[in-house]
Design a protein around this ligand. Structure first.
Ligand SMILES: Nc1nc2c(c(=O)[nH]1)N[C@H]1C(S)=C(S)[C@@H](COP(=O)(O)OP(=O)(O)OC[C@H]3O[C@@H](n4cnc5c(=O)[nH]c(N)nc54)[C@H](O)[C@@H]3O)O[C@H]1N2
Ligand SMILES: Nc1nc2c(c(=O)[nH]1)N[C@H]1C(S)=C(S)[C@@H](COP(=O)(O)OP(=O)(O)OC[C@H]3O[C@@H](n4cnc5c(=O)[nH]c(N)nc54)[C@H](O)[C@@H]3O)O[C@H]1N2
Ligand SMILES: [Mo]
Length: 785
């Protein structure tokens, strides 16, 4: 999130898209309701299904799964055509005025620089025009045809209301009502927010879905302002914290790129040269990297050995161990053993039939969990002959969140400490205890080894206590310390490149300064804006709203609208206000760089034009499986997605599978269901898989409410009970009606309530940047059993 939960109360208008916030993030509605009561805010729900969120919204608008870019492309065109954009914000705070090189162009679904054989772009073509001194050429009148602004206008000219409503299946009047209502937040004294979640990201175009929301927010001047922003409602309680701590295959803690086996990453000097931009806050990256290496390897990391950079594993450029890539590798027998902590991929992974079978190739599997999950028990699934499976499976009972200390980081980036309430039951141990024992054991096994490959384990700095490991010690290492005295660093600004500091995660640095663990702060004083600066600690540097320099005008006074975040105080000679400035606090608005709020970007300005794998502007492509041809170009599928081996990824066509399906969550169940299908009272509420469908589809298939039905896709089939409901409607797409169904994915073969995982139906294909699987749309058919 750029903003945070409580800040929703400051909005004038909220679009909730790709999210059923009322059910999956109920706390959001506490603050949205406040915005409605206190500011007369409007709430808009955009979803293929009429959800409980839709029922609490002022406007509901349906869309066909997988068409968010077409919809927002339409909004962008509407805002441009009707002059609803925030002109001063655009000129001063974004790269709208920058001129782009002549080499950049777009034709029939493709940008220049496309390499069809490798399904990737040469992004160097998409660059700014510079003068002889290397300075970017700008036109602040925004009239020059090569300005980002004019190119953006040209790009979205095809996204007229008629065309987009044909693509997305949203009635024209609805489209216009939403565009008008949210477009009104482009006024200086208004702020609008966008809340999104998995309906946005679980697509082959997931990242560009988020981008297109961000482009609209920049046009309207809504980023960096209270009540504005682009707000990802994160999933599990600590999914933000785990991502920050390198949950993903391509990052180190604090979003430093994990090095690859390429010449540009051969040693620390080359890595730093490749990864460090010439300007913007990321110029400090080498300090964060060296401090991380010092945290990992202590005295074994020093200037003479490149701070042990060679100990870091290097990713092969031709391999990809995101979730899909990992299971492809299991399938191909490349990976022999697997440790699974708090995850249940046998239910949650895409094409779960195949993922189940891929696990049979493992020599060993360790699962640390509260329950014996479908993953731990993959070898006794129905239809599986256990005797044929050689995998040795270990199940380690894990303590749950109430049985251990530690921090969790919420979607708003607030790091909050939780205390152990009760001791773990039975033999259960905390994850920290399990990892601590495992590491110590490995270190002792390798202690005498002279082999180069064993040195990273042997020399790993590991010091979290001798008995029960101490989560507080982990938190102190994450914050960072001065190597000579062991004293905690005050903030990441103190980190150094010479090896004098160690820090486990620079973005969190500042959370545990010498005065104590600020994640434990519980001062609930507030200034009215909802910042609660004394409650918990928000990374980075306790800032509650990112890019908050743009909450003020270029001259340093707040935009009108009674939600001042920070402003320039001329007498004090610094930025002051209701939040920690996300800016150099003493930089005067009239100084060079004094109006550049986006400090993490090399230009200091927001990127209306910004290079992602698919190109600098979002473009609509159809999902992997789609019922219709792309109306906006002749390119059907996102041109940069990786297409995996057909063995794991059969593809279905509209002839055999005419119905569009999506998957989602229910209030009563949690995720893969391990935690809820073992609770009798929740099982009683929702005992089995239901398939939501429209009355028209049910009629056409001779299905009545409550009938047992089978849903079939090119990958597999599931059985459930029909729930015939007006909440799902067929959509009118390019002149014909398209039926859609929805099904939750909470079921599996373990627990008190069993059933098919919806993931037996989903495909092994992921987003063009993040590899997030396309869980939210595929083709199927449904029939009565
Ligand atoms: N009760 C409960 N709460 C939960 C969870 C749970 O399992 N149970 N899980 C937690 C986790 S980990 C997460 S990630 C969050 C997820 O929270 P959400 O993202 O809200 O969860 P979903 O229900 O999967 O999907 C949201 C909506 O996306 C819609 N949708 C489907 N396809 C599209 C599309 O193409 N475009 C758009 N715009 N929308 C589409 C679906 O109809 C659905 O209503 O919830 C968290 N909270
Ligand atoms: N079709 C479809 N598939 C999806 C999605 C979708 O929308 N549609 N959503 C995706 C999303 S957003 C997510 S987040 C994933 C979730 O997929 P998973 O993460 O695989 O599912 P969970 O059920 O959350 O698994 C968490 C496990 O951790 C255990 N656990 C709980 N607390 C602890 C603890 O403290 N320690 C340990 N060791 N274990 C613990 C629980 O018992 C449970 O078995 O699924 C994805 N799969
Ligand atoms: Mo999630």
């Amino acid at each position: 999130m750029t903003n945070h939960w409580i800040d929703f109360k400051n909005t004038d208008c909220a679009i909730i898209i790709g999210s059923n916030a009322a059910e999956n993030h109920p706390m959001s509605f506490k603050w949205l309701d406040k915005a409605r009561e206190e500011r007369g805010a409007k709430i808009i729900s955009i979803d293929p299904r009429f959800t409980r969120t839709s029922s609490r919204a002022d406007i509901y608008a349906p869309l066909r799964p997988g068409t968010d870019i077409a919809l927002f492309g339409g909004f962008i065109k509407y805002v441009l055509d009707n002059n609803l954009y925030h002109h001063e914000y655009l000129v001063k705070y974004t790269n709208a005025a920058f001129l782009i090189n002549e080499g950049f162009d777009f034709k029939d679904g493709l940008f220049t620089g496309y390499d069809e054989a490798n399904r990737r772009y040469d992004q160097s073509i998409w660059s700014y025009q510079t003068d002889e001194a290397g300075t970017v050429i700008k036109d602040e009148t925004l009239q020059h045809p090569r300005t980002v602004f004019q190119l953006l206008k040209k790009h979205f000219a095809r996204y007229d209301a008629d065309t987009v409503s044909k693509v997305i299946g949203m009635p024209l009047e609805k489209f216009q009502e939403v565009a008008r209502t949210f477009g009104a937040t482009g006024a200086e004294d208004k702020a609008g927010t966008i809340l999104y979640a998995m309906g946005t990201t679980q697509h082959t175009v997931g990242t560009q879905n988020v981008r297109v929301y961000a482009v609209l927010q920049l046009l309207l001047g809504n980023i960096g302002r209270a009540g504005g922003g682009i707000n990802a409602l994160r999933g599990e309680a600590n999914v933000q914290g785990s991502t920050d701590m390198a949950l993903l295959f391509d990052t180190l803690p604090g979003y430093l790129a994990s090095p690859m086996a390429v010449p540009e990453h051969a040693d620390l000097t080359s890595y730093n040269a490749k990864e460090t931009p010439a300007s913007g806050y990321w110029v400090n990256k080498p300090k964060f990297m060296v401090s991380l290496l010092k945290a990992f390897w202590g005295s074994a990391a020093n200037p003479d050995n490149d701070f042990a950079y060679h100990y870091l594993p290097k990713r092969r450029p031709d391999k990809n161990y995101s979730h899909i890539g990992l299971f492809e590798a299991l399938h191909d027998k490349v990976i022999k053993g697997m440790l699974v902590f708090g995850q249940n991929p046998a239910v949650g992974g895409p094409n779960s039939n195949k993922e189940h079978h891929a696990m049979e190739n493992l020599d060993w599997l360790v699962v640390a969990d509260l329950f014996e999950t479908e993953t731990a028990a993959f070898w006794k699934a129905p239809g599986v002959t256990s005797a044929n499976i050689k995998t040795e499976v270990f199940l380690l009972p894990a303590a749950n969140s109430y049985e251990k200390d530690g921090s969790i980081t919420n979607s708003g980036r607030w790091i909050q400490w939780r205390y152990k309430a009760v001791p773990p039951r039975g033999q259960a141990k905390s994850d920290l205890w399990i990892v601590d024992r495992l590491t110590k054991r490995l270190k002792s096994l390798y202690q005498d080894s002279l082999l180069a490959k064993d040195q990273p384990i042997k020399n790993l700095y590991w010091n979290f206590g001798s008995g029960e490991p101490d989560a507080g010690k982990v938190a102190r290492e994450v914050n960072g310390y001065y190597v000579d005295t062991g004293r905690q660093v005050e903030l990441f600004s103190k980190l150094a490149q010479d090896g004098s500091t160690a820090c486990g995660n620079w973005i969190m640095s500042g959370m545990y300064p010498p005065e104590g663990n600020l994640a434990q702060s519980r001062d609930n004083k507030d200034n009215g804006l909802g910042s609660y600066l004394g409650w918990a600690y928000a990374w980075p540097a306790n800032r509650r709203i990112l890019y908050n320099r743009s909450s003020a005008k270029p001259d340093g006074t707040p935009w009108p609208g009674q939600r001042e975040v920070i402003w320039w105080n001329n007498i004090a000679g610094k930025w002051v206000g209701n939040d920690v400035p996300d800016f150099n606090v003493t930089l005067n608005p009239s100084d060079i760089g004094g109006t550049n709020p986006f400090i993490m970007r090399p230009e200091g300005l927001a990127g209306l034009f910004a290079n992602l794998n698919e190109g600098p502007f979002p473009e609509h492509y159809e999902p992997y499986e789609s019922p219709v041809k792309n109306l906006l170009s002749s390119i059907e599928l996102n041109p940069v997605v990786k297409i995996w081996d057909a063995n794991m990824n059969s593809k279905g066509g509209v002839d055999r599978y005419p119905v569009v399906a999506t998957t989602y969550r229910l209030t009563e169940h949690y995720q893969s269901g391990a935690m809820t299908r073992n609770q009798p009272w929740l099982v009683e509420l929702v005992p089995s898989l239901v398939v939501e469908m429209s009355p028209t589809l049910a009629n056409a298939r001779g299905i009545k409410n409550g009938d047992k039905v089978k849903v079939v896709s090119a990958r597999g089939e599931v059985e459930g009970y029909a729930m015939v409901t007006g909440r799902l409607k067929s959509l009118f797409v390019n002149g014909r009606s398209v039926e859609q169904i929805g099904l939750p994915w909470h079921f599996g073969h373990q627990g008190l309530a069993t059933g098919s995982s919806a993931n037996r139906l989903t495909a092994h294909i992921g987003d063009g940047n993040t590899m997030m699987p396309e869980y939210k749309v595929f083709l199927c058919d449904v029939r009565r059993v």
